[in-house]
Design a protein around this ligand. Structure first.
Ligand SMILES: [Fe+2]
Length: 243
C-alpha cells in the first residue's frame, strides 16, 4: 500500500492574489508528480483553501481529483471549513457535530483522521480518539493537519501551534505501540520523534517557512509531497520535491 500525502495548497478563489504564487498550477503539478509514483491512495491533509473554507474552491479541486481515478481521503486544516468540505466531497456521513474525523484503516494498519480546524483536538474528539486507541495495542497511523507537539520551527511554534498539543501528545504516549503521525501546517519538511510517537511534517504546496527565523520568513518556494509505503509491517516514508 502506497499513499501520497499532499498538503497545504492554499488555493484562492478565482482571480484571488495568493501572494504572487500560482497555487492552482502548483496543485496540478503536485497531483501529476504524486500520481507518477503509482500511489494506491492520495491523502490531502488540510489547508486546501487560501484563507478560509470556500465551496467554490472545493468545487474547483474535486473534478481534478476525480479524474485521477484514485481513491483519496481528506482532512480539514485551519484554512478550511469541514462542513463545506464534507458537502463538496460527499463526506457528510463522517461529520460529527460539525467536525470531520473518522477511522479508516489501511489494511492491517489502523488509521485515524482528525479534525484540528480550530487549532485544537476538541474534547469530544479526544474522547473518541481515546476510545479508538483502546481498540488496538499495536501501531497506529494518524493524519492530522497540526503536529501534536512543538516541532522546532520557531515562527510556527510561537504563533500557530496546536493549542492542546501537550494533552494530545500525552494521550498518544500512553499507547503501548508506535504512533506515526502525518501532518502539514508547518510548511516544512521535518520528522520529530517523541517516545513512541513520531511526527512527520510534510512540506506545503505553497511555500516553505524558514525553520529558525523568529519573524515570518519564506525559506523557499520548492514544493513537494510525501510518499508513505506500508509493506510487510514496515512503514517507509520519504519526501519528494519537484524541481
Ligand atoms: Fe495550517
Amino acid at each position: 500500500m502506497r499513499i501520497a500525502q499532499i498538503t497545504d495548497f492554499h488555493i484562492g478563489k478565482e482571480g484571488e492574489d495568493t501572494h504572487g504564487v500560482d497555487v492552482r498550477a502548483n496543485f496540478l503539478k503536485i497531483l501529476e508528480a504524486a500520481c507518477a509514483v503509482n500511489p494506491d491512495e492520495l491523502m490531502l491533509s488540510g489547508d486546501l483553501c487560501f484563507d478560509k473554507g470556500e465551496a467554490e474552491i472545493y468545487d474547483w479541486i474535486r473534478p481534478h481529483l476525480e479524474k485521477l481515478g484514485l481513491p483519496y481521503r481528506l482532512i480539514s486544516g485551519n484554512h478550511d471549513d469541514p462542513q463545506l468540505m464534507a458537502k463538496a466531497f460527499a463526506l457528510d456521513p463522517l461529520l460529527k457535530s460539525g467536525e470531520l474525523y473518522y477511522r479508516a484503516d489501511y489494511g492491517p494498519f489502523p488509521a485515524l483522521f482528525l479534525d484540528t480546524t480550530l487549532y485544537a483536538v476538541s474534547a469530544t474528539q479526544l474522547n473518541w480518539l481515546s476510545d479508538q486507541l483502546a481498540t488496538h495495542s499495536g501501531d497506529w497511523i494518524i493524519f492530522m493537519h497540526h503536529p501534536p507537539l512543538l516541532a522546532g520551527v520557531k515562527y510556527m511554534d510561537d504563533n500557530y501551534p496546536l493549542k492542546n498539543h501537550a494533552e494530545v501528545l500525552a494521550l498518544l504516549q500512553k499507547q503501548p505501540g508506535r504512533i506515526h503521525v502525518f501532518c502539514g501546517h508547518y510548511h516544512v519538511d521535518r520528522v520529530v520523534a517523541a517516545g513512541n510517537v513520531t511526527v512527520y511534517v510534510t512540506p506545503s504546496c505553497f511555500f516553505q517557512i524558514h525553520p529558525y527565523a523568529t519573524a515570518f520568513t519564506v525559506d523557499h518556494y520548492r514544493i513537494g509531497f510525501r510518499e508513505i509505503e506500508l509493506r510487510d509491517g514496515h512503514l517507509l516514508t520519504t519526501i519528494r520535491y519537484l524541481d
